[in-house]
Write a protein that binds this ligand. Structure first.
Ligand code: ZN
Ligand code: ZN
Length: 196
């Protein structure tokens, strides 16, 4: 068998020239073979870990995407319901439900029972009224005055019913679409009526 040409050891820490015995030999000796083997094992383990965390990140993104649509629909629906509640009372010439002002820097749709505390009432129109920005934003809804005005306008009974309604509700996308559709239709009808 012809003598194989000298080659450089594949162990990066070694890099010595050696005379290979076999054509497949890439390292100078047993120690370097062991070192290269350990290095390969370490790289394989790192690769596996990298793949695993990439998989976990992908799964997390997927879970997040699956959660997103409901919040997306709740936000869209809330916007439409708030719009009709606010615009209807503006069209009626009403003022802020809490302080009564008819001039505001900005008009809001203010919840009597907050969306955070009573999510099941977030689209209940009786729970949403025209409010000035001062009451809505700076006075946290100005709730005592809000209540007095509700009682004056509708009587105490429906207000108590609203206050005692504590049946939680889990919205579905279908329900949200339905509520939004109705709100948008009412808003269109109101605009048409105003233009006439
Ligand atoms: Zn070597
Ligand atoms: Zn106000």
């Amino acid at each position: 068998m012809a003598k194989l040409p000298r080659r450089k050891c594949a162990n990066k820490e070694c890099r010595q020239w050696f005379n290979p015995v076999r054509d497949t030999q890439t390292v100078c000796g047993y120690e370097c073979a062991s070192a290269v083997g350990k290095e390969q094992t370490r790289k394989a383990r790192e690769d596996a870990q990298r793949k695993e965390s990439a998989k976990q990140r992908a799964a997390w993104r997927q879970r997040k995407a699956a959660v997103k649509p409901l919040k997306h629909w709740i936000d869209l629906t809330q916007r439409a319901v708030n719009d009709i509640c606010r615009e209807k009372e503006l069209a009626e010439g009403r003022g802020c439900i809490s302080c009564g002002t008819k001039t505001a820097f900005a008009w809001h749709a203010g919840h009597y029972r907050t969306t955070a505390a009573a999510g099941h009432l977030r689209f209940t129109r009786f729970n949403i009224h025209l409010q000035c920005d001062v009451c809505n934003v700076h006075k946290s809804g100005n709730i005592e005055a809000y209540r007095a005005s509700l009682v004056e306008r509708y009587g105490e009974e429906p207000v108590l019913a609203l206050e005692n309604n504590n049946t939680p509700h889990r919205w579905t996308v279908e329900e949200l679409k339905e509520i939004r559709f109705t709100a948008l239709a009412d808003l269109r009808a109101l605009k048409k009526q105003e233009a006439a």
